[in-house]
Design a protein around this ligand. Structure first.
Ligand code: BO1
Ligand code: ZN
Length: 265
């Protein structure tokens, strides 16, 4: 079947039965051990962000898909290139993975340190024209991963959180005012880790060039609580309705023969 979950009989340990790629040897997320990374400043030059600061007519659709809160970019105008990426990649959507408590939530970890939330900005390789064609190609997808830390109230994310009451249940969606992607990202983007991996959810295609940024995004505890308590994993009339989408992360996967690279010492 096509259903999967983060716990129980359709949980991560069983994904490979219905989705064979999930049992592959280039899976994500991983645990980054900084003592093992290869520093490659020649190749991992700063990523070039194009139209990440446009406040134009780009419109967003906010969606509860039962697994996460996702923002679809309806106008495909923001692109990344450089930074050792294998091409030019077009931003398509961003979404979040978070925990029920502060000490967990991120999919990746750095030296065993997990963060309370991780944001993924998903891009497709422009040469494939759209996400559907790119999603299962070796060089089809680039995901930019950002870690959150608890700190100051974040006005930009609040604009998204303010609409959570309109997407409480699975398959709910609402059009929201867009904002320049750069406002959602940390100020410094030159330090990052790079490795080759997969989608962290079924169908787990091994198509992702991963970039994990060193600098974190600050968000207030009360804002994280909105993620934890406002959006549910079930459709509205489900008998189980009311179960929060927290702990929507996969455990770190085996690195096997892969190497992780760093843009910085
Ligand atoms: S993630 O960033 O590795 N957590 C991730 C996981 C799954 C997807 C994307 C990113 N799934 C794909 C679906 C496609 C869809 C695309 C973009 O997301 O398999 O059907 O078009 O939303
Ligand atoms: Zn993700």
């Amino acid at each position: 079947g096509n259903e999967w979950t983060y716990r129980g009989a359709k949980g991560p340990e069983h994904w490979h039965l219905d989705f064979p790629h999930c049992g592959g040897m280039k899976q994500s997320p991983i645990s980054v051990a900084t003592s093992e990374v290869i520093i490659d400043m020649e190749r991992l030059t700063p990523i070039v962000f194009k139209n990440y600061d446009t406040s134009s007519s780009v419109d967003y659709t906010l969606e509860n898909n039962g697994h996460t809160v996702q923002v679809d970019l309806n106008v495909k105008e923001s692109e990344v290139t450089g930074g050792g990426l294998p091409g030019t990649f077009v931003a398509q959507q961003f979404h979040f993975h978070w925990g029920a408590t502060d000490e967990r939530g991120s999919e990746h970890d750095i030296n065993g340190k997990h963060f309370p939330m991780e944001m993924h900005v998903v891009h497709y390789n422009a040469k494939y024209g759209n996400i559907t064609s790119a999603i299962n190609k070796d060089d089809g997808v680039a995901v930019l991963g950002f870690f959150f830390e608890i700190g100051r109230y974040n006005d930009h994310f609040q604009e998204i959180i303010n609409h959570f009451r309109q997407i409480m249940y699975k398959n709910d969606m609402v059009d929201i005012k867009s904002m320049p992607l750069v406002q959602l990202m940390p100020a410094k983007l030159s330090k990052f880790y790079r490795y080759l991996g997969s989608l962290t959810t079924p169908p787990c295609y091994e198509s992702v060039t991963w970039t994990l940024f060193n600098e974190t995004i600050e968000i207030a505890e009360e804002q994280l609580v909105s993620f934890r308590t406002t959006v549910y994993e079930n459709v509205k009339d489900d008998v189980n309705y009311g179960r929060d989408i927290s702990d929507d992360f996969r455990m770190p996967q085996c690195l096997f023969r892969r190497r992780v690279y760093a843009s910085h010492p």
